[in-house]
Design a protein around this ligand. Structure first.
Ligand code: UDP
Length: 238
């Protein structure tokens, strides 16, 4: 007996770092599997799910360029890192019996499907989880922007941003005991107060298309499903 989900189609954005566990770098397969279970629980409610996973656990363009690499090359390396994370997540989801497709913004047909919007929508309609990899395919962007772009293209009703904390705070709650969590906040306040939700271009793109962003904790077991079932703690940016 599944509750009626709050949204029928959503995009889950997680950072690459969410997949590294306590290792400080790279992929930690048990952590990937734990997150895959969270996704499966929501999929089992009948929700159509897209995912975007960052690449920061492996490579970030800005770090590379700070060390003397040419920026666009470094950004392509970052995009390739997101493909590795996407494949790891696909493997974990399939291990749980969830049908899943990885779709890349940069063609690599032997590895994954290219992005064709109508085909992607069809996958969702058939109940497959889609993982969008390689960001937007363009340097100087981030996977936050890719998430907002794809969520709009796929007509998702909300972006779920899984983080280490259960919402948006006025200051870093891991460092300040008196940090205050917002239940809801506007896009403009996030931008004005420079709150670290997603980067500014992603927030602006969500605002211009009335796409709500739900910030929640990925560390809370069953948290993703709970919010879709109408419970739990989170911040909604709208
Ligand atoms: N990237 C890019 N264009 C995109 C998305 C990502 O160039 O559309 C590169 C960029 O170098 C970025 C890296 O891929 O640093 C990894 O993505 P991101 O930093 O967003 O990952 P996260 O912080 O979410 O793990």
């Amino acid at each position: 007996n599944q509750p009626t989900p709050a949204y029928g189609r959503v995009l889950l954005k997680i950072s690459g770092e969410a997949l590294m566990g306590d290792q400080g770098y790279g992929l930690h397969p048990p952590t990937v599997e734990r997150i895959a279970r969270e996704v499966k629980a929501v999929r089992d409610m009948g929700v159509e799910i897209c995912m975007v996973i960052g690449g920061g656990n492996i490579f970030r363009g800005l770090q590379g360029s700070a060390q003397g690499m040419e920026r666009t090359t470094a950004d392509y390396m970052g995009m390739l890192a997101t493909v590795m994370n996407a494949l790891a997540m696909q493997s974990a989801l399939e291990g749980l019996g969830v049908f899943c497709r990885v779709i890349t913004a940069i063609r690599m047909d032997e590895v994954a499907e290219p992005y064709i919007r109508r085909r992607a929508v069809r996958h969702l309609e058939k109940g497959r989880v889609i993982i969008f990899a390689a960001g937007t395919g363009n340097p100087y962007f981030t996977t936050d922007t890719a998430a907002t772009l794809r969520a709009n293209e796929m007509a998702c009703e909300a972006i779920f941003k899984g983080t280490k904390v259960d919402g948006v705070y006025d200051k870093d709650p891991l460092r300040h005991a008196d940090a205050k969590r917002y239940d809801d906040i506007t896009y403009d306040d996030v931008l004005l107060k420079n709150l670290k939700v997603m980067d500014a271009s992603a927030i602006a793109l969500a605002r211009d298309n009335d796409l709500p962003i739900i910030v929640f904790s990925l560390d809370e077991p069953g948290g993703f499903r709970g919010i879709l079932a109408g419970q739990g703690t989170y911040t909604i940016v709208h």
